[in-house]
Design a protein around this ligand. Structure first.
Ligand SMILES: C[S@@+](CC[C@H](N)C(=O)[O-])C[C@H]1O[C@@H](n2cnc3c(N)ncnc32)[C@H](O)[C@@H]1O
Length: 258
């Protein structure tokens, strides 16, 4: 059996009892290590709770060498842990499908994701449009996707959740690097300067969220002008560009402006 287990957002204790029980009888435990991270738990804290060694699974192992994970699951119970929820924002559908094709049974144990934790902003989750992400520009590759998605969602009166890039060491970054809200705003302003479609102006409303699910989470609402220099503290960060708001959403926006 392959167990796909969501870990939630904050620390080692966010796992469900069901998830923890499954890990206890698994012979190998993989932790997907490249698309997110817990707010505050180290690998060794997780290992201590599970009483098991954790094997970190990078992008290459998951996307190109998944047999190294799946072949174990033909005969043994294997756990594949994902920070947040298993299929939210990062879809591990590929691993799921490959397992099924190999005749391996899969059980999914869900958990909280950034995609529902943002409900705390007061914006109604069913009024969000397509989620997008902002990545660090690479040579000859400066994507404008986020700008286009914000534009499309706004036209449809839908809020936009913008997730921010995580770069791993091996991609030319010295350390694992997490994009912060200030960098994301700068990128959106640069695209605006080029496109000049008035989608992102200094008066554009924004809600910045840092370390959602932790006791020191920060949720701050304001305009781009108000927030472009605001210090949100340690990652992870994401931001929301609200569309037209219902009056209760407006009230919550005002609450987070203070
Ligand atoms: C690929 S998504 C996360 C997917 C994860 N499986 C989940 O369900 O939450 C990773 C991005 O989401 C955002 N994110 C994740 N956790 C967060 C948190 N606790 N607070 C703020 N942003 C977060 C960051 O922008 C981060 O780079």
């Amino acid at each position: 059996m392959l167990y796909l287990i969501g870990l939630g957002l904050n620390d080692e204790k966010d796992i469900s009892i069901k998830g923890l029980e499954a890990i206890k009888f698994c012979s190998k435990v993989f932790l997907e290590s490249y698309t997110s991270m817990l707010n505050k738990a180290t690998k060794s804290e997780l290992e201590k709770l599970y009483g098991k060694e954790i094997i970190l699974a990078d992008r290459t192992l998951v996307e190109q060498e998944s047999n190294k994970i799946l072949n174990n699951a033909k005969t043994d119970d294997i756990a594949f842990l994902v920070v947040g929820d298993v299929f939210s924002a990062t879809t591990h559908t590929d691993l799921f499908q490959r397992a099924l094709k190999k005749g391996i049974k899969v059980e999914v144990i869900n958990n909280t994701s950034v995609m529902n934790a943002i409900g705390i902003t007061g914006l109604q989750l069913y009024k969000f449009g397509k989620t997008t992400s902002i990545t660090y520009p690479e040579e000859n590759f400066k994507p404008e996707t986020a700008y286009d998605v914000i534009k499309m969602n706004k036209a449809n009166k839908l809020h936009t959740l913008v997730l921010l890039d995580i770069k791993m060491k091996e991609k030319g970054f010295k350390e694992r690097t997490f994009m912060i809200i200030n960098e994301a705003i700068k990128t959106l302003k640069e695209i605006e300067q080029k496109r000049n479609e008035k989608i992102i102006t200094s008066n554009t409303k924004l809600i910045g969220c840092a370390r959602l699910g932790s006791t020191n989470q920060v949720i701050k609402a304001g305009t781009i002008k108000d927030l472009e220099k605001y210090d949100f503290g340690n990652p992870l960060h994401c931001l929301i560009i609200p569309a037209e708001m219902h009056f209760i959403e407006e009230e919550m926006f005002e609450h987070y402006k203070k």
